[in-house]
Ligand binder design. Structure first.
Ligand code: SAH
Length: 369
């Protein structure tokens, strides 16, 4: 095995498991809306860009699909079904009834700390595929060489493999004392996040380039920022995280948590500008860009303050407890709810200048020496 197979994500940021009120399973409507909005693009991309006839005709092996960063469901099941429908329309057996329908194997991947039990319990009982859970970081190798036909990933690549070290280094210009994110912070903080994101995405593409078959498809939904956003001054971008950071500072001032803990806490997500993200894909030698679409974000916003807070809590609770210990999240999110009430603009679609980019890449054919 090669070295990169063993590359392990140093930190693990799984979402809240189970099916409780603050679980990821109950709070993933935003992501679901973009998966649904991307369905037609995904299906037409698979229909036109991926020639399955050759694979179905020449191979007895199953068609292998992976959803990377699947969480606990149910969104992953919808995404996977969308991929399978697109594949089945193309299979020769649809036209020729003498031929067996190809078998389909689906790998559900997420961090080792993901709640795979909930995922397994929720697997659709009448599914038309074999299902496997695959724990591990998608920033390293997860599968054998040339073993996958279609890879899908939604709302997962925003998560960095680790936080940039400079954020907590008091001698660095990128030290992010008193803040928990890069908005309205020194430019060096944004730059440090961006460098980490770029390295991570390149590692992701390098691993997938090895795992996908020639002409295999990689379809990703990625949260992106409007190219017009200047993160160092735009008061609405990341306002949520700023409000949450100010709640943490308030709690530190009251002695409920230590200020040093707040200074060393940063949220490990990054939302690239569309043009910068496309540059990373364009520079990649292993994939061609087949399609890219900006998906309307209106369905992405929560309908009211309570569900807005609950959605953010599902994403951040595990991370916050890991850093600050048990027992602060209820108070923190009560305080946060009050701040959002005083600042309801965070739910305003016009001010929320984030989108979802749907991009389809194709693995270029490997020329064998
Ligand atoms: N795809 C689902 C879930 C998105 S939430 C949907 O669209 O609804 C993002 C998921 O990505 C989380 O479950 C998180 O644990 C996972 N994730 C983040 N970083 C990861 C990594 N390096 N490797 C695998 N999964 C990761």
């Amino acid at each position: 095995m090669e070295g990169e197979v063993a590359k392990v994500c140093p930190e693990s940021y799984a979402m809240k498991g189970g099916e409780g009120p603050h679980s990821c399973a109950q709070n993933s409507a935003s992501q679901r809306s973009s998966i649904e909005a991307a369905k037609n693009f995904l299906q037409s991309a698979i229909a036109s860009k991926f020639d399955l006839r050759t694979i179905c005709a020449s191979s007895t092996n199953p068609i292998c699909i992976a959803d990377l960063g699947c969480s606990t469901g149910p969104n992953t099941f919808i995404a996977v079904q969308n991929v399978i429908e697109a594949i089945q329309i193309q299979c020769p057996s649809q036209q020729n009834h003498n031929q067996a329908t190809p078998e389909i194997l689906v790998f559900f991947n997420d961090q080792v700390s993901n709640d795979f039990n909930t995922l397994f319990q929720k697997l659709p009982p009448n599914r038309n595929y074999f299902a496997v859970g695959l724990p591990g970081s998608f920033y390293g190798r997860l599968f054998p060489r040339q073993s996958l036909h279609v890879v899908h990933s939604s709302a997962a690549l925003s998560w960095l493999s680790e936080l940039p070290k400079e954020l907590t280094d008091t001698s660095s210009g990128a030290c992010n004392k008193g803040k928990i994110f890069y908005t309205n912070a020194p430019k060096e903080v944004f730059d440090a996040y961006e460098r980490r994101f770029k390295m991570d995405l390149e590692a992701f593409l390098q691993a997938r380039a090895q795992e996908l078959v020639d002409n295999g498809i990689l379809a990703c939904l990625i949260l992106v920022a409007d190219d017009l956003i200047d993160f160092s001054v735009d008061m609405y971008a990341g306002k949520d995280y700023e409000l949450l950071g100010s709640c943490l500072m308030d709690m530190a001032k009251l002695g409920l948590i230590s200020e040093e803990k707040v200074d060393t806490f940063n949220i490990p997500t990054f939302f690239p500008h569309v043009k910068d993200l496309m540059k990373i894909f364009e520079a990649n030698k292993d994939f061609s860009i087949e399609q890219s679409e900006l998906i309307d974000n209106k369905g992405f916003l929560a309908p009211n303050i309570e569900s807005h807070v609950s959605r953010l809590r599902a994403v951040l609770e595990v991370l916050i407890e890991k850093h600050f210990g048990d027992g602060i999240v209820d108070e923190l999110f009560d305080r946060f709810t009050e701040k959002v009430r005083a600042y309801p603009e965070v739910l305003d679609a016009l001010k929320f200048k984030f989108h979802v980019l749907f991009v389809v890449l194709k693995r270029k054919v490997v020329i064998k020496a």
